[in-house]
Ligand binder design. Sequence first.
Ligand code: ADP
Ligand code: MG
Length: 323
Amino acid sequence: SVLVDRIAAGEVVERPASVVKELVENSIDAGATHVIVETQAGGMQSILIRDNGSGIPFDELPLAVERHATSKIESLDDLEHILSYGFRGEALAAISSVSYLEIRSTHAGADTGGLLRARGGTIEEHRIDAPTEGTGIHVQELFYTTPARRKFLKSERSEDTAIHKELLRLAFAAPELHLEYYRDGKPIFNLPSDNDLRSRIATVYGPDFAARLLYVEERRDALVLTGFIGDDRSYRSQADRQFTTVNRRPVEIRHLPFFVRKAYGELIPEGGKPIFFLNLEVDSTRLDVNVHPTKKEVRLTDEALLHGLIMAACQRALFPDTP
Ligand code: ADP
Ligand code: MG
């Protein structure tokens, strides 16, 4: 029901940045190699995401905004679902229930496109349209149905900052994705497809910054940590450059930043705040995904193991010659 969707919406979509995250992840899931994100007024007025992915078949457009409707594989276990795909089939339903949503999509190979418009979760229009490339999803007047939540949002400026950070998280999670971001009509970044994480970091923060990062690769039991950490004291002012992915999806790991800071504190006491770009490969059975309502954070069931892994990784990266 629309009411249930609206309640769910509060969990799936906290703020404009969570809408951006869900939509870009859908584009990536659809095989897109190029995604263009345009926002107006902190995403509260408008979020437009266009991709060159495989598109949605005309008949399936209404399903896309129905709760628990998903076209994605059902054979994986639940935890893995949540990690790889966010909420199963809930994001678009939740978003549409609290906004004015328009989808234009052309399924790969079709010679006509489709258009779907929904307002507050109710479909108002579904018709054949001129073919486009991939899918464009336009979310307007987010939370107009729930004024309380709308009021709860911070300033446009802080929503813009949150969207920017979310897009960078996606950019580092998928370095090969060509990602463009426009805010209130102004270009903010245009990241070409990069070959690997270090080149992506170089594109975003400059080649000098990327060149000074230390490569990390460490395994313990079933955990594999890879990526880059920074050991330079001049990074003090760049403490916001901390990014983690779990199985290549942008997810925060509870206590990981603390463990890295602690390792640094012990290894180089005079050092500044560390910066890192880390991916953790881990079996979903070792994760607790219910620590955050929007699933943006997970917790390792064995945090001591994570702590040990981080310590060893930092030690090896900072002092490669010690046995
Ligand atoms: P989920 O991603 O868990 O399947 P969503 O609510 O995010 O659920 O999306 C519902 C469905 O809509 C997806 O399963 C997919 O079939 C379709 N869809 C959404 N966005 C896109 C897109 N950009 N390209 C192709 N299909 C999409
Ligand atoms: Mg999704």
